[in-house]
Design a protein around this ligand. Structure first.
Ligand code: PNS
Length: 169
């Protein structure tokens, strides 16, 4: 039986930290589904389709791409996971500060569906301080994020955040 894990997130946008986590998950699972959440509570910079395209381009030449699927989902994560069907959700942990939110989500997901487990994987030390939010903050303020996100993301951030500044002016 092939093991399948779902790696959900906002991926607004994908960072090299996310890709590191995905690669670590691929050491454990045969197939990993990168699942982009609609997440109506969060105001996103990129549409779901833009996020999908950026992930697709970033992973287009990945040596393990045959074992990776990129997908979009709406509504409850556990329902999406069950529809695959899969039994494992993978989430990354960077620091203690992630723990409370992750713990709460994992327990709520378990309450919603006791057959699905959440597996936490430690992010590589190189990426411990980055998040999509901090990357956006840095670009918005004119900082350089090269090496922290895929090239396509770097370009998209520069375009999107520059045009936002122009619009605000
Ligand atoms: O990258 P993020 O924003 O930390 O990812 C959060 C995500 C998308 C995994 C979470 O918000 C989610 O699972 N959303 C789907 C709706 C849902 O199932 N909510 C209940 C989980 S507690």
């Amino acid at each position: 039986m092939r093991s399948i894990a779902v790696y959900p997130g906002s991926f607004d946008p994908i960072t090299n930290g996310h890709i590191d986590l995905l690669e670590r998950a691929l050491k454990i699972f045969d197939k990993v589904i990168v699942a982009i959440a609609a997440n109506p509570d969060k105001k996103s910079l990129f549409t779901m389709e833009e996020r999908f395209e950026m992930i697709k381009t970033s992973l287009a030449d990945h040596p393990l791409k045959e074992r990776i699927k990129i997908d979009l989902f709406n509504g409850l994560l556990v329902e999406y996971v069950q529809s695959i069907p899969a039994k494992t959700i993978v989430r990354g942990l960077r620091a203690v500060s992630d723990f409370e939110y992750e713990f709460q989500m994992a327990l709520m997901n378990r309450k919603l569906n006791a057959d699905i487990e959440t597996a936490f994987i430690m992010t590589g030390m190189r990426w411990i301080y980055i998040s999509s939010r901090i990357i956006k903050d840095v670009v918005r303020s004119g900082g350089n994020v090269s090496g922290l996100v895929p090239v396509i993301v770097e370009k998209a951030l520069a375009e999107r955040l520059t045009s936002l500044t122009e619009y605000a002016d």
